[in-house]
Design a protein. Structure first.
Length: 226
């Protein structure tokens, strides 16, 4: 049982390429492309989206999360929902297509439910909340800190960044890694951290200890890579 993903794009090639990329991070997650018009040209197809939703909602589904590219793709996805057998089980994510899809796929691979998968996709560009009230401007020490050395040969590239961001998305925690937002795949990739880099991690929130255990195991195992 797992959450399935549907990618709605104006381009069939973009949809298929995004699915191919995300599948590298989440080999056990069903990710379906629904790109291009019916005649293969640029555009969206209600029939293609409906077919993808029907397939995604089949046996073994724990819900479906849909990611789209441009505005009319959202409209097409919303129209397709009107014909879905169980529209309540389908969630539309407001997220950048490629980065959001990768984060969602990693979260689904980790066993997150549909709402958490949607939130993982949307978290990739969500700004951190500003402090409120008297605490504004007052520095609070993190609940947990640790240093971990990158041991995989390729360093911090797309897959490790996606695993970090996707795993943290389902936790109630704010994480900083060498100054980058641990929930942002883009910021983590921009660190350009090669093998041997020491990652200084700071975590705050109820799940700080859980996040540290997750990150420690992930980084010290080389993200499952050589």
């Amino acid at each position: 049982m797992s959450v399935r993903l549907v990618v709605v794009s104006h381009s069939g090639k973009i949809a298929e390429g995004a699915v191919e990329l995300a599948a590298q991070m989440a080999p056990d997650v069903l990710i379906l492309p629904a790109g291009g018009a019916d005649d293969g040209r640029i555009g969206t197809s209600l029939e293609k989206v409906m077919a993808a939703l029907e397939q995604a909602a089949g046996d073994g589904s724990d819900g479906v999360v849909v990611l789209t590219d441009l505005g009319s793709a959202v409209m097409t996805a919303e129209s397709a929902l009107e014909f879905a057998a169980d529209p309540e089980s389908v969630l539309l994510a407001d997220a950048p297509l490629v980065e959001g899809l990768v984060a969602a796929a990693v979260a689904a691979q980790a066993g997150a439910d549909a709402r958490a998968v949607k939130e993982a996709a949307e978290a990739v560009y969500r700004p951190p909340a500003a402090p409120e009230g008297p605490a504004r401007g007052h520095h609070q020490p993190p609940d947990a800190t640790a240093d971990f050395e990158i041991v995989n040969q390729a360093g911090m590239h797309a897959r490790p960044a996606a695993k970090i961001a996707g795993g943290l998305s389902g936790m109630d925690v704010d994480v900083s890694i060498n100054g980058a937002d641990g929930a942002s795949m883009t910021e983590l990739m921009m660190l350009g951290a090669p093998k041997g880099t020491v990652l200084h991690v700071q975590a705050s929130g109820p799940d700080a200890a859980k996040a540290m255990r997750y990150l420690g195991g992930l980084i010290e195992s080389g993200f499952g890579e050589p």
